[in-house]
Every structure is written in C-alpha cells, then in structure tokens.
Write a protein that binds this ligand. Structure first.
Ligand code: GSF
Length: 202
C-alpha cells in the first residue's frame, strides 16, 4: 500500500499512527496538495490527503475511511470494536477531534491564503468558537479517565492526540494545556508512544 500525504497534515498523521500501531507495511508518498503541479486529483478527485493507494490500483480516502479499513486488516492493536454503541461512541470522538481540525484549518486558510482586507472576522470567530467549544467538549467527555473510551487505547485517542498535536504545531497561542489539563495529561502520555514520536508534525 502507498499512503499519499504530507508531514504536516493531522489527518495523514492519524493514518500513519494507525499503520504503526497495527504494524502494517506501507510506503509514504509525499505530496504537496497546494502546489500548482500537484497530481493528487489523479488519486482523490477531492484533491485531499490522506489518500491510500491499494495494491489493485484503487484508492481509499478520507482518513476516517482509511483508519476504519486498516483496523480490519489485522487483529494487532484493535482500535475499534466491530459494531454497536461502543464503536459509535469512538467514531463520535473521532468526528469531534476531526471537526476541531476542520474548523482550525479553515481559520488557517482564511488567514494565510487571503489578504488581510479580504478576511472575514465573523467567519474566523465562528470557526474559532467550534475549536474552543470542541476542546471543552473533549475535556468534559474525557474527565479523569486514562483513555477517551472505556479505559483502553482506541482510535478515539489517536484522533484526539493528532488534533491536539496539530493545534500545538499551528496554533501555539491556543492554550488548551492550561484550559484542559486532562487533555494535556492524555496527550503527553500518548506522545511517548513510538507511533506518535515517529510522526510529529513538521
Ligand atoms: C480531510 C482531509 C484534508 O482536509 C480527511 O481525510 O479526514 N476529512 C478529510 N486534508 C487537507 C490537508 S491538511 O490540511 O491536513 C488537504 O488535503 N487539503 C487540500 C484542499 O484542497 O482542501
């Protein structure tokens, strides 16, 4: 399998962490989707990474689909239960973490791609509310538990740590560590895993 991605993307990181945890072999193919000559649309018509190229030439996207698929490939480090409410709860964690990223990335694009006079402060504020509201929701949901779901490591933890790691990378001014020490505790614990150490955003 080939994973098309970038070293900065939190969604690509989620897939890389899942690959590492499940000890799956793959080749990482770096692609700058923002470059004028990007060929990403040949594999993903949405022009986004991550995109997983399969042995038969077909492609899988997006990160949630890829992560779910990879988890079925081997029983090593199961990250999702096969069905039921527990699975749905973990997927909600993932939707929450990815949703925070979606909002923060919209802010980043608004402030980096647009000239200051073209930027909408109303839009930026709307997205930032989602980021702060999402962080508060993750913190409340986590409480004092050692992991996001059911006292053990799941895809929820992978998604949350990738979200927090990217915020630390691109939005250092958002002080989620002080506001939500329980998220910081979880993040620091997960950051010690080889899968996270080997995929720090850059
Ligand atoms: C989001 C992928 C995405 O936005 C997923 O895979 O989970 N829901 C999707 N990827 C960004 C890179 S990044 O900001 O991580 C991307 O490829 N953007 C290119 C574009 O044209 O939006």
């Amino acid at each position: 399998m080939k994973l098309i991605g970038s070293l900065a993307s939190p969604y690509v990181r989620k897939v890389r962490v899942v690959m590492a945890e499940k000890k799956l072999d793959y080749a990482l193919v770096l692609e700058n989707v923002w470059a004028a000559d990007t060929v990403i649309a040949q594999s993903n018509p949405l022009g986004k990474v991550p995109c997983l190229l399969m042995e038969d030439g077909s492609a899988l996207y997006d990160s949630r689909v890829i992560a779910e698929y990879l988890d079925t490939l081997t029983p090593v480090c199961k990250l999702l239960p096969p069905n039921g409410r527990d699975r749905a709860d973990i997927k909600v964690w993932e939707a929450l973490a990815d949703g925070i990223l979606d909002a923060a990335i919209l802010v980043r694009l608004e402030t980096t791609l647009r000239a200051p006079e073209q930027q909408s402060s109303v839009w930026i504020e709307r997205q930032m509310d989602k980021v702060h509201g999402g962080l508060a929701a993750m913190s409340a949901r986590l409480g004092e538990s050692p992991f996001c779901h059911d006292n053990h490591y799941t895809l929820a933890d992978v998604a949350v740590a990738c979200c927090l790691g990217w915020l630390a990378f691109r939005f250092p001014a958002i002080d989620w560590r002080s506001a939500h020490p329980n998220l910081a505790r979880l993040f620091d614990k997960l950051s010690d895993r080889a899968s996270f150490k080997d995929s720090v955003p850059q």
